[in-house]
Design a protein around this ligand. Structure first.
Ligand code: MN
Length: 166
């Protein structure tokens, strides 16, 4: 049996739908425009702007765990502004990426770019050339879990705009 809604019911339902739409649009705008606003909602700190030459665009790093002789795995929280990305690089013992917010990319050499969203995870194999970073118009926040037992990250060429947008 189909239920007939009164005009009042329909008006209330419409208002609720409009309010939900407005609030989710606002969240989306905030997410795109303000890195600090993102981190107010996240667990791990944004850290400091990365000043080395291994990234294109603006990215931030908060080291959470440094590798040592007892546990040779490091954990860092990396935040990429829209368009920012790593250079091509490889990790001798591989890497795991856990996405905590935003929309980004991961690509291994010779393979298609993967789109990553909040809640996604990636296992990057040892000694595999790859890059990761934000999509062109949205921030990207990832935890990078990196084995250091076989040596440090090897940094290669920058990811060109053509490669990035392909
Ligand atoms: Mn990597």
């Amino acid at each position: 049996m189909a239920k007939i809604y009164s005009r009042t019911d329909l008006a209330i339902i419409s208002i609720v739908v409009i309010m939900i739409t407005i609030s989710s649009c606002r969240d989306a705008e905030e997410q795109k425009s303000n890195v600090d606003a993102i981190h107010q909602k996240l667990i791990f700190a944004k850290g400091e702007k990365i000043t080395n030459n291994n990234f294109t665009g603006n990215a931030y790093l908060q080291m959470l765990i440094n590798a040592d002789s007892l546990n040779q795995t490091s954990v860092g929280n990396v935040t990429f502004e829209p368009g920012a990305r790593t250079k091509w690089h490889l990790h001798p013992a591989g890497q795991i990426l856990l996405v905590t917010d935003g929309v980004g990319y991961y690509q291994e050499k010779g393979k298609l770019k993967k789109i990553l969203r909040k809640g996604d995870s990636v296992k990057c194999p040892p000694n595999t050339e790859h890059w990761h970073g934000a999509s062109p118009d949205t921030f990207f926040v990832q935890l990078a879990i990196t084995g250091r037992e076989k040596g440090e990250t090897v940094w290669l060429n920058a990811v060109s705009d053509e490669e990035y947008l392909k």
